[in-house]
Design a protein around this ligand. Structure first.
Ligand SMILES: Nc1ncnc2c1ncn2[C@@H]1O[C@H](COP(=O)(O)OP(=O)(O)O)[C@@H](O)[C@H]1O
Ligand SMILES: [Mg+2]
Length: 200
């Protein structure tokens, strides 16, 4: 279960306060894919960081009872001193499994270091890493952004297959991603006090 209970979050920087979340309550549907859309800077990444336990609330609580949480960050965040294959292997401890996902997502270049790969290729490695981690809860922050048209279809297909039966939250504006989400939520006002269902 992933539940936000009366969550408020205020960032304090240089004496300035910014209220990003205000009294937000929401329970994400288990076993379903939920998309969140909203303009940049409104707090979408902050919601994922709270769900992942990377940020603490100012008030209220985030209850995440899933044993494992995978997170595809907005930037690839690979370990620069490890090859693509090593980056994926280090989360699952199983090179065969890492190769399996990389063969689909990055058919060439798995022996290369992140700085030898393009941004889109690094992003595909970070998606492979999240899949190899085999988590019950999967968080995706604009994961398909920056991917070229040629490889995107394969990534979408693999991702869709992988997310079946898992609980996922996708921050996205991308039509091909929204298509396979069960629920679409929209953030329209700051600070965030509700996640509105979008009728499709
Ligand atoms: N660690 C932080 N410290 C201070 N302010 C932050 C921090 N993280 C995010 N913010 C601010 O909170 C707001 C929401 O950020 P973010 O969640 O990244 O937005 P989005 O993902 O919707 O673009 C922004 O105004 C951003 O500047
Ligand atoms: Mg963001």
């Amino acid at each position: 279960m992933l539940k936000f209970e009366k969550v408020s979050l205020t960032f304090k920087t240089e004496g300035r306060e910014q209220h990003v979340l205000k009294d937000l309550s929401y329970t994400f549907e288990t076993g379903r894919i939920t998309a969140i859309t909203g303009v940049s800077g409104i707090g979408k990444t902050t919601i994922l960081n709270l769900a992942a336990g990377l940020l603490e609330t100012s008030e209220g609580s985030v209850i995440n009872t899933f044993a494992k949480t995978a997170y595809v960050f907005q930037e690839p965040r690979l370990l620069p001193w490890k090859t693509a294959l090593e980056n994926v292997t280090c989360v699952c401890g199983d090179e065969k499994k890492a190769k399996f996902y990389l063969d689909i997502l990055l058919p060439e270049g798995s022996d290369k270091y992140p700085d030898e790969l393009s941004g889109g290729m690094q992003q595909r490695v970070s998606i492979a890493r999240a899949m190899a981690y085999d988590a019950e809860l999967v968080l995706l922050d604009e994961a398909l952004k920056g991917l070229d048209m040629q490889t995107k279809d394969a990534v979408v297909k693999t991702l869709r297959e992988h997310l079946k039966g898992r609980t996922a939250i996708m921050i996205t504006h991308d039509k091909s991603e929204l298509e396979f989400c069960d629920t679409v939520l929209e953030i329209s006002d700051a600070p965030i006090s509700e996640l509105k269902h979008v009728n499709r």
